[in-house]
Design a protein around this ligand. Structure first.
Ligand SMILES: NC(=O)c1ccc[n+]([C@@H]2O[C@H](COP(=O)([O-])OP(=O)(O)OC[C@H]3O[C@@H](n4cnc5c(N)ncnc54)[C@H](O)[C@@H]3O)[C@@H](O)[C@H]2O)c1
Length: 334
């Protein structure tokens, strides 16, 4: 395939706007269509959220459609970029895969592991590629950490602590755990997925969580148990006043801390080393570029296989079971 991959994006809300801006400078992909059931979303053609940004994109020439049915009838495209609320991921991914499109879908992959399994089956049976946009896997700082773990550059990993805390999002569906899965599935999953990506599925999890008015687990801390492995914990919350995110990895010979694209390395009795990684790198830009390249080369997205992101949903489901049982140890099958 020599031409650019033609992309349609469904769910033009906060994340949809952000993804849309990431197509501006893509070498292998171009955005040709937008779809949202809410017409008013097309009035706001710019947005910036979370980390990085590719800047404002001109979306005036991009087709705009008000339903999936209208989109597939009128637009010519190869890949569907799904930025819908979580409870719609599996339904629309499976429809699109069956209709012959490759699918990039926002995280969380699905509301339940069983739905994630159905997505994988639909991709296999229809010979299409599926990748979940677990953006940390495409962040230079996170890959620096994973590389340090794999190469034992600073010795073996003894302890990993990840924190991702913020306030409850304003969109209504986030406040309904049946649709969003609460902070545990929607927010904390970023770290669960990265832990799974770097260390594999843990033997067990122990989660303490709290439930407020939403009924979802919106504040939690998990210990991921790896037999003979590092001590791993991760905290996630929608119950805080401001955004706070930190990652600390204690290796035998040094401690590594990540802050945006800056990595700090502290060795005993030495000044702290600050390592600046690639500038202007945007996790979302990178994941789109990677998946478009996989489609062009017809190769599986090894960096973010759907089977692996399904395992992250499995771990999150175990965390939820543990939290709802007051912190009971829940074992996971490898
Ligand atoms: N990777 C990240 O860092 C990150 C950050 C924020 C959100 N997200 C994820 O992105 C996804 C979307 O979140 P958001 O904050 O953009 O939500 P949002 O509510 O802002 O946007 C969702 C959009 O989908 C539209 N929609 C709903 N049903 C539809 C349908 N059947 N057909 C077409 N459009 C429909 C809504 O009108 C809305 O515009 C979620 O899965 C969320 O977890 C990821």
């Amino acid at each position: 395939m020599t031409e650019k991959i033609k992309v349609a994006l469904i769910g033009f809300g906060g994340m949809g706007h952000f993804h849309a801006s990431c197509y501006k400078n893509q070498k292998n992909a171009e955005l040709v269509a937008l779809c949202d059931i809410d017409k008013s979303q097309f009035e706001k053609l710019e947005a910036e959220i979370n980390v990085g940004s590719s800047g404002k994109a001109d979306l005036s020439k991009v087709g705009k459609y008000l339903s999936y049915e209208e989109l597939i009838q009128k637009a010519d495209f190869d890949m569907l970029d799904i930025c819908l609320p979580c409870h719609l991921h599996a339904e629309y991914a499976i429809r699109a895969l069956k209709d012959g499109y490759h699918v990039l879908c926002e995280k969380p992959m699905a509301r339940t592991p069983a739905l994630a399994d159905r997505m994988i089956r639909a991709a296999r049976e229809n010979n299409r590629l599926l990748m979940i946009a677990q953006c940390l896997r495409f962040g230079p700082a996170f890959n620096f950490l994973k590389d340090a773990y794999n190469t034992k550059k600073y010795g073996s990993l003894l302890r990993l602590d990840m924190r991702r805390n913020g306030s409850l999002p304003t969109q209504k569906w986030y406040r309904d755990p049946a649709r969003s899965g609460g902070a545990l599935l929607d927010l904390h999953l970023h770290d669960t997925d990265f832990i799974n990506y770097m260390l594999g599925v843990p033997d067990a999890v122990i989660t303490f969580g709290v439930v407020r008015d939403t009924g979802g687990i919106d504040d939690l801390i998990t210990n991921y148990i790896y037999k003979n492995g590092p001590r791993v914990s991760s905290e996630g919350s929608w119950c805080r006043t401001s955004w706070y995110c930190s990652i600390v990895a204690v290796f035998r010979k040094a401690t590594v801390e990540l802050l945006g694209n800056t990595v700090k390395v502290a060795r005993p009795d030495q000044p702290v080393e600050e390592i600046k990684l690639e500038k202007d790198t945007d996790y979302y830009y990178n994941e789109i570029a990677y998946f478009a390249d996989c489609i062009r080369k017809n190769k599986l997205p090894e960096q973010c296989l759907p089977e692996s992101t399904r395992d992250s949903i499995r771990i999150a489901a175990a965390e939820e079971r543990s939290a709802r049982a007051g912190g009971r140890k829940v074992f996971l099958k490898k």
